[in-house]
Design a protein around this ligand. Structure first.
Ligand SMILES: *Cc1c(COP(=O)(O)O)cnc(C)c1O
Length: 421
């Protein structure tokens, strides 16, 4: 069982709160960099290996710049994410644009940046050609449907809105070939928060086999296969992290057998993980405002579901540490809540934590992906600041907290004065 630790002591956190009031998210640069290097080492056998960080997981340009410096690209799925990537200097084929239900202006931006366009549907070939023209390199997203068992968060592939069917994939590449496209990639994304290495190896096998069939039938060559994201993280202390070295080695063996062994032109392995890149290295820090004892025990924080909605949305487990009480017994069973007028605004239900007091600092783990980025303004709650713990121990603010002025910025309150009703 892995111990879930926080990179700062209670005293250090208390000192930080004098500069930055709670709640805030804080990211650990050292953790992010060490993890990024483990992933690169695991796939170093493949000279063209590249991870495209799924921007939606933590769309902060400072974090993206750190990942750029580790050699990662961006996986974008919207105009805003493309723009963010451009601001960080990640452009051209260091971007894969994996969108769905895509408007023409987003394709136009992707093409302008020279991004790899990953099509979600066969009808988008014509749509893309009509609106912005076909790029030189095209990737298609495969949805294996009932041919692949699903996992809990992403569900069964045949229920997922994404990607081409197998028949459409053959037809789609044929159309692209006949339109003169010469550079191809193949993509799938069939897992989310998956901790079982076997699942990814099966995905790799499926894509390598498919490359063989497409190559044989259509006489086209693939430059890369993108295995998607979806590598899980050990949210619970008893969970085991994915062994990246075993994953890399497993994919290598399949590649040797199914690509090199069949005489297929060597190709690059690509990933577009988000969660496992930043998730474990981000923490949501809040302070206990109230304790309440009715039919249950409640601990109310100054953070709420607007800062981290995974527990409320998915019933997801996020580990909780009471700063400075790491070594005390967890013998207080309570619901840890926020202040939204929604009963699912709970970070934990029936969780055993140490005896907490009002004003204690509470740290919620694994909030570094799909955390701040899923924030919303329900109940007029504001999104928190994001901080970065640098490698030298310094802490800088990488996004300020929203203010009430930000929240009202889209309203014309002056116009309200002359709005006679
Ligand atoms: C969300 C998403 C990812 C990243 O998923 P993680 O679970 O964060 O690794 C990658 N690719 C696509 C197309 C996605 O939608």
């Amino acid at each position: 069982m892995a111990e879930k630790k926080i990179p700062l002591t209670r005293e250090q956190l208390e000192a930080l709160t004098e500069r930055f009031p709670t709640p805030f998210h804080i990211y650990d640069e050292t953790g992010i960099r060490e993890n990024a290097r483990r992933l690169k080492v695991a796939f170093a056998w493949n000279p063209g290996f590249k991870e495209y960080f799924a921007v939606k997981a933590a769309p902060n340009p400072y974090l993206m710049k750190i990942l750029k410096s580790e050699g990662f690209g961006s996986d974008c799925s919207s105009f805003g994410e493309l723009l963010l990537s451009e601001k960080v200097g990640v452009v051209g084929e260091d971007i894969i644009f994996t969108s769905n239900d895509t408007p023409a202006y987003e394709y136009a931006k992707a093409k302008e940046l020279g991004a790899i366009i990953n099509l979600d549907d066969i009808s988008h070939i014509q749509y893309l050609e009509d609106h912005v023209g076909l790029p030189e390199l095209v990737c298609c997203r495969y949805n294996p449907g009932p041919l692949k068992a699903g996992n809990a968060i992403i569900g069964h592939p045949e229920e997922a809105k994404y990607g081409f069917t197998r028949e459409q994939l053959f037809e789609g590449y044929r159309i692209l070939r006949d339109k003169g496209i010469k550079r191809f990639g193949l993509h799938t994304m069939v897992a989310s928060n998956e901790l079982d290495v076997t699942y990814f190896l099966e995905t790799a096998q499926m894509l390598f086999d498919l490359v063989g069939e497409l190559t044989a039938e259509l006489g086209i060559e693939f430059e890369f296969v993108n295995l998607g994201g979806g590598i899980g993280i050990p949210y619970k202390p008893e969970d085991e992290a994915v062994d990246l070295a075993a994953l890399g080695e497993g994919v290598r063996k399949l590649y040797e057998e199914l690509i090199i062994g069949r005489g297929i032109t060597p190709l690059d392995i690509r990933l577009e993980c988000g969660r496992m890149i930043t998730g474990p290295y981000g923490y949501l820090v809040g302070r206990v405002l109230h304790k309440k004892h009715t039919y249950k025990q409640y601990v109310g924080l100054d953070a709420c579901m607007a800062n981290l909605m995974r527990p409320g949305m998915y019933g997801a487990y996020h580990h909780i540490t009471v700063a400075g009480k790491e070594n005390e017994p967890s013998d207080f069973v309570c619901d840890v809540t926020g202040s939204l007028c929604e009963n699912n605004d709970k970070f934990a239900i029936d969780r055993a934590i140490p005896q907490v007091d009002v004003d204690d600092l509470v740290v919620i783990h694994d909030a570094g992906a799909h955390g701040h980025s899923m924030g919303f303004n329900y109940n007029a709650k504001l999104r928190s600041a994001e901080l970065l713990l640098r490698e030298d121990g310094d802490v800088i603010q990488i996004r300020r907290a929203e203010t009430i002025e930000d929240h009202f910025a889209t309203l014309d309150l002056d116009g309200l004065k002359s709005f006679g009703v």
